[in-house]
Design a protein around this ligand. Structure first.
Ligand SMILES: Cc1cc2nc3c(=O)[nH]c(=O)nc-3n(C[C@H](O)[C@H](O)[C@H](O)COP(=O)(O)OP(=O)(O)OC[C@H]3O[C@@H](n4cnc5c(N)ncnc54)[C@H](O)[C@@H]3O)c2cc1C
Ligand code: SF4
Length: 328
């Protein structure tokens, strides 16, 4: 591991100030991703700013029914919160589908949004990777790409975003609160991530030194909440594909629906055309096929991950069937 300076931030303002003034600084929250990357010298910050003791670990209900989740709320606490379990079960289920109990005790809300891809080549400094070293090439394009993206990728990078939590938050239309350059701003999660294009190393709209202070959920959304994660093992594995669904089904037709997909794209994926297609319709296999056609209209496989096209189709049908049949 490369040598680095370490500072524990005493306040939220001090953390933002330290990050603004230091060159190549990183915040450390739970450390469950950042430390691994530092050990492999994929991340080489000159300064670590420890934010783990800042007062950003509470979940607060606003008068208008929204729920504000502090950036340092752990994944375990968020999944267990009674308001999240009652009003946002899609989020609770996505969190519990991720990592392991031990990791969820350390992993934080902001850290989870900002965890890096699990692409094998990204973690191997001996291999080319445009995300780790811009301009070096992409080992996965013609290499082992079983876990890689079929949507939203570019010829420069086909990595997926690994977070389960972010997929549920995308379906919920969460917003991210950011403190940077001395001012606070709020951005929709849908605008937060960037597709790789020809700059895959730039993954979000955050500027250097920006501190995430909270994630805000809208007032509870009616409908059946579900999170289905397909993976190689029953636990401790990232999604090959996942779907967060909130479906308001009246017994005959789909009144309203929100869907977000994980494991398929460089960011949690939402396609409103699918929701427009399904809204107001009665369930049928033909409709599920049309929905999958819409999802996969611009999809492509890269060899080992070709199976994800069929997997996404089948998983979507299963989720929609379940949502419209009284199952969970
Ligand atoms: C073996 C293993 C299995 C896993 N399985 C899953 C899984 O199935 N599903 C899943 O979703 N995740 C999984 N994870 C990932 C895990 O959930 C993340 O590592 C964790 O959520 C990251 O949170 P953290 O607080 O530890 O972040 P850190 O490692 O502390 O930080 C991650 C990044 O976020 C930045 N950061 C942290 N907080 C802030 C902030 N407030 N403002 C700005 N930047 C910030 C850091 O600078 C760093 O760049 C797994 C991890 C491991 C090691
Ligand atoms: S897919 Fe992206 S992260 Fe993986 S090797 Fe290619 S450029 Fe790097």
């Amino acid at each position: 591991m490369m040598p680095f300076d370490y500072q524990r931030a005493e306040s939220i303002g001090a953390a933002a100030g330290l990050a603004r003034d230091a060159r190549n600084a990183r915040f450390i929250a739970g450390g469950t991703n950042l430390l691994d990357l530092m050990k492999l010298e994929i991340e080489t910050p000159q300064m670590l700013i420890d934010i783990s003791r800042l007062p950003l670990d509470t979940i607060e209900e606003a008068d208008d029914g929204r729920l504000r989740i502090g950036a340092l709320v752990t994944n375990a606490d968020l999944a267990a919160d009674h308001r999240v379990r009652r009003d946002y079960p899609v989020l609770s289920r996505a969190l519990l589908a991720g990592a392991s109990g031990q990791l969820r005790n350390k992993a934080t809300t902001a850290g989870n949004l900002l965890q890096r891809t699990r692409c094998y080549y990204f973690y191997n400094p001996a291999m080319p990777c445009n995300k780790r070293e811009p301009g070096s090439g992409c080992g996965a394009l013609e290499g082992h790409n079983r876990i890689h993206a079929i949507l939203g990728a570019s010829e420069h990078c086909i990595a997926t975003h690994p977070s389960d939590m972010a997929v549920a938050m995308m379906a919920l239309e969460a917003e991210v609160e950011i403190l940077g350059g001395g001012t606070q701003r709020t951005i929709a999660l849908e605008q937060f991530y960037r597709l790789p294009g020809n700059t895959p190393h730039i993954e979000t709209v955050l500027e250097p030194g920006d501190l995430i202070t909270a994630v805000v959920l809208p007032a509870p959304i009616p409908g059946r909440h579900s999170y289905r994660k397909v993976r190689d093992r029953a636990s401790y594995a990232f999604a090959l594909t996942s779907i967060a669904a909130i479906v308001d089904f009246d017994g005959t037709t789909i009144r309203d629906i929100r869907l977000a997909f994980g494991g398929l794209a460089p960011m949690p994926w939402r396609d409103r055309d699918i929701e427009d297609l399904l809204r107001g319709k009665a369930p049928s296999d033909a409709l599920w096929d049309q929905a999958a056609d819409t999802l996969l209209a611009d999809a492509r496989g890269y060899g080992e991950n070709d199976f994800k096209l069929a997997l996404a189709r089948r998983t979507l049908a299963a989720v929609l069937d379940q949502a419209c049949s009284g199952g969970r």
